[in-house]
Design a protein around this ligand. Sequence first.
Ligand code: SF4
Ligand code: SF4
Length: 371
Amino acid sequence: MINVSEMSKLGFGLMRLPEEDGNIVMDEVCKMVDMYMDAGLNYFDTAYVYHGGKSECVAKEAIVKRYPRDSFYLATKLPAWEMKEKSDRDRIFNEQLERAGVEYFDFYLLHSIEEGNIDTYEKLDCFSWGLKKKAEGKIKHFGFSFHGSPKLLKKVLDEHPQVEFVQIQLNYADWDNQVVCSGELYNILTERNIPMIIMEPVKGGTLASLRPELEEMFRAVRPEASIASWAFRFVASLPGVMTVLSGMTHEDQMQDNINTFKNFEPLSETEKKTVKEVTETMLNIPTIGCTACRYCVDGCPMKINIPEIFKIVNNIKIYNEDFRAKNMYKDLITKSGKAGDCIACGQCEGVCPQHLPIIDLLKEASEKLDA
Ligand code: SF4
Ligand code: SF4
């Protein structure tokens, strides 16, 4: 049984750590970890695949070696797409223990379950394997992260009722989104009383800054609050939410989040109404629903930084800031491929948890940006 009251509402996601020339900047990570721990917070989320395999090693250096093992919770994940046979489960798990420098993981998840990979998890008997690891004390709590449909979520929960928690994507903009189905997933888990960990609460950073007229709607109600804090308070106010993950890159993000969660105030009725009004206004502006998870990046043969290109296109859509966006793009393609370099191999579309038509979207981006 998870002792939810001992877990912090803000979790530190180790998937968007600060980088310089392709290397993680350890000094900055350690500073953020210290700020987080000093604020009395305790949940770290990593995965086998984050930062090309380096994130778990960073957890060892910045957290495990520097804090007593019982002062924090460490979560990591088993990726279907890195496994072919049953022996891969233990191979990966043992590597993870070694990378993170721990004897056990507090939370362990089957990574990103969806229609395209559930067969691998079933074929390799990963649910029974996870429960066995739990019985051995190598995993304290066993669950999964989820990017599939409500129908699949129900099926997985029916077939594997021993799962203790589920991590889902949830934010105010995606509540009624027909692809992400945040609201429906939330309701399924609430009905079954399954604790939730929330990912993408600010939709890959999209909800941290909005069009001026939308920000004004928030400021009119709470002038001193950051725009990101509205997104965090929205999800953290929902019953059943155990922890909200934030993949923080900078100290100022960490400080802002600590301010939001230190003396946490759930949204008032008036504030809930404001979030609804902002959402309705915002959803009338069509953007690309990329959450910057970066699953598509490593496998791209043309080294195209797909999420950054989509962010630039969305900036143009939301802010109408053509000039600034084009400068960002110019800078980006000094280090990575252009949108127009795409050879339509389809690798990225096969791994995108948002099921985005990336090839077509890059064609449109190229027309705007490569001209
Ligand atoms: S389809 Fe284009 S963007 Fe996607 S992986 Fe292939 S080359 Fe890269
Ligand atoms: S395009 Fe899809 S896989 Fe790539 S970063 Fe965006 S959401 Fe993730």
